[in-house]
Design a protein around this ligand. Structure first.
Ligand SMILES: Nc1ncnc2c1ncn2[C@@H]1O[C@H](COP(=O)(O)OP(=O)(O)O)[C@@H](O)[C@H]1O
Ligand SMILES: [Mg+2]
Length: 226
């Protein structure tokens, strides 16, 4: 008798096209640009839209910021941050066999690991604070993605920019917002800029009842066709 090693058929290999679950990364190379905050709010809103419940989590949160583990830490001390339908995933790899999850939201690290952490992402949203440093970092990050995404996550689509922690009374923020809009319009292909998230104490305290992310979350939900 000859023993043959069975090769998986094409249909058994989960490519981004066949996989039911979508993977949305929240990325930026700048620390303090609201990545973790955005990950938590978007995961929470998307779980609501997708009808997730405590018994049936539909959105997974994956913390790939291995040095700070800020998101994981916050959730561990305040379990109430995990709303019905959202589940905190263990480790940093995508779950292989969770049939119920419709979406995984990846919180990513700043700095050198920023691009590598996009591994296996289908979609990317970039939060950006409308400050001078925020804009400089955005330009560098967009350049890095263009140069390296083929090796990191070849199917990934850069979905939108999300101005975050925006102070509406700040002339600087208004000026930087218009620069961000120009950058987005000049990108190839042009990028949508989501409704800016205002700077709010309730968001800083991760009060998930704040509606600061609601418009952006709805827009993104439509773009992402979840
Ligand atoms: N819309 C907002 N309003 C007020 N504070 C915010 C807002 N978004 C983020 N922050 C605060 O800014 C800081 C950096 O946000 P964080 O999500 O931790 O950024 P990152 O993950 O990119 O390092 C945190 O203290 C957070 O609470
Ligand atoms: Mg963070």
């Amino acid at each position: 008798m000859t023993l043959t090693t069975r090769q998986p058929g094409r249909s058994e290999v989960a490519t981004p096209e066949t996989r039911k679950m979508k993977v949305l990364a929240i990325g930026s190379q700048k620390g303090g640009s609201a990545k973790s905050t955005t990950s938590l709010y978007l995961a929470t809103r998307f779980a609501e839209y997708l009808g997730g419940t405590e018994d049936n989590p539909v959105v997974g949160l994956l913390d790939r910021d291995s040095t700070s583990k800020n998101l994981t830490g916050m959730i561990k001390v305040r379990r109430s941050l995990l709303r019905p339908g959202v589940k905190l995933l263990e480790g940093e790899e995508l779950p292989k066999d969770d049939q119920n999850l419709r979406l995984v939201v990846i919180d990513t690290p700043p700095g050198l690991a920023a691009i590598d952490s996009l591994q296996s992402a289908d979609l990317l949203v970039v939060p950006v604070i409308p400050s001078e440093q925020g804009v400089v970092n955005l330009v560098q990050y967009l350049r890095s993605i263009k140069g390296q995404r083929v090796s990191v996550s070849p199917h990934m689509r850069l979905l939108a920019l999300l101005p975050a922690n925006v102070k509406k009374d700040s002339a600087l923020h208004r000026e930087m917002l218009s620069i961000i809009r120009d950058l987005a319009a000049g990108y190839d292909p042009p990028l949508p800029v989501l409704t800016p998230v205002p700077s709010r104490t309730r968001i800083e305290r991760w009060d998930l009842a704040s509606d600061g992310y609601d418009e952006a979350a709805k827009e993104l939900f439509n773009y992402a066709r979840l």
